[in-house]
Design a protein around this ligand. Structure first.
Ligand SMILES: [Zn+2]
Length: 256
């Protein structure tokens, strides 16, 4: 019985992942999310439903469009599988309690924002600013409003501070206002003090990948590396690995 429920939840997550791929591709271009139906970005061929089945469709097509044979980005099946796994994790951890639905909302928002920031260096405020309010509603429902509010203020405030100091030191924008709202949103959902761990993980992941980039390409990047994907990664990681992260910080002598 449980196995059937797990399979169903995974497939539901994969279908949501498929929708997130559409939003990520269309939102920055101003194309409607509902119409037209899915099409190949190269040859504009409409994609029939059986080629559009999450994960399976990509495998069936061998990763190539059936019209023009151009490769389909690997990010489609990756995001579908990721959402399937994340939703399964939420279901196993919380059943169908409020956490399931609100964390699902957070994960969807973070994945869309990460994808758009990665491709366009824009964080859509239309997702992050209402997200702050939705995160605080979640904290009211679960009786955690004060820690959620502190999380939002601390997260947004810290990035705002970095933005102001970075502007003075480097005489250019090191953090956008988009990063400020995004971190406030994550803080509202994960609360205080997990938001500290979330930002720490984002900064660490950003630093490691930044160093790998510079070493592998032997050059420093002209445009700044978008920070949104790392903030999103930190936000998801603290919720999925919260017990391990609390233990890790305890080893460092910090009680979260
Ligand atoms: Zn095509």
């Amino acid at each position: 019985m449980n196995v059937i429920a797990y399979i169903f939840v995974f497939l539901f997550g994969a279908a949501i992942g498929s929708f997130l791929n559409v939003v990520m591709f269309r939102l920055p271009k101003g194309i409607s999310i509902v119409r037209p139906h899915s099409f190949c970005p190269h040859c504009k061929k409409p994609i029939p439903w059986y080629e559009n089945i999450p994960i399976v469709g990509y495998m069936y097509l061998g990763g190539k469009c059936s019209g023009c044979r151009k490769p389909i980005s690997i990010h489609y099946p990756i995001i579908e599988s990721l959402m399937g796994c994340l939703l399964l994790y939420l279901f196993i951890s919380y059943g169908l309690a409020a956490q399931f639905f609100f964390y699902m909302y957070l994960f969807c928002s973070l994945i869309i924002i990460a994808g758009i920031d990665f491709s366009y260096q824009i964080i859509p405020d239309i997702i992050s600013i209402p997200g702050i309010a939705i995160g605080l509603v979640f904290q009211i429902i679960t009786n955690n409003f004060i820690l959620g509010l502190i999380g939002a203020l601390f997260g947004g405030g810290l990035i705002l501070l970095l933005r102001v100091i970075g502007g003075w030191v480097y005489k250019k924008e090191v953090m956008g206002m988009g990063d400020v709202y995004l971190t406030a949103m994550i803080g509202a959902f994960v609360g205080f003090p997990l938001i500290i761990a979330s930002i720490f993980i984002a900064a660490l992941a950003g630093a490691i990948l930044g160093v790998i980039y510079v070493i592998s390409t032997h050059q420093s990047r002209e445009s700044p590396i978008p920070f949104g994907p790392f903030l999103g990664f930190g936000g998801i990681a603290v919720l999925v690995f919260n017990t391990q992260i609390i233990q890790f910080f305890r080893l460092l002598g910090i009680n979260l």
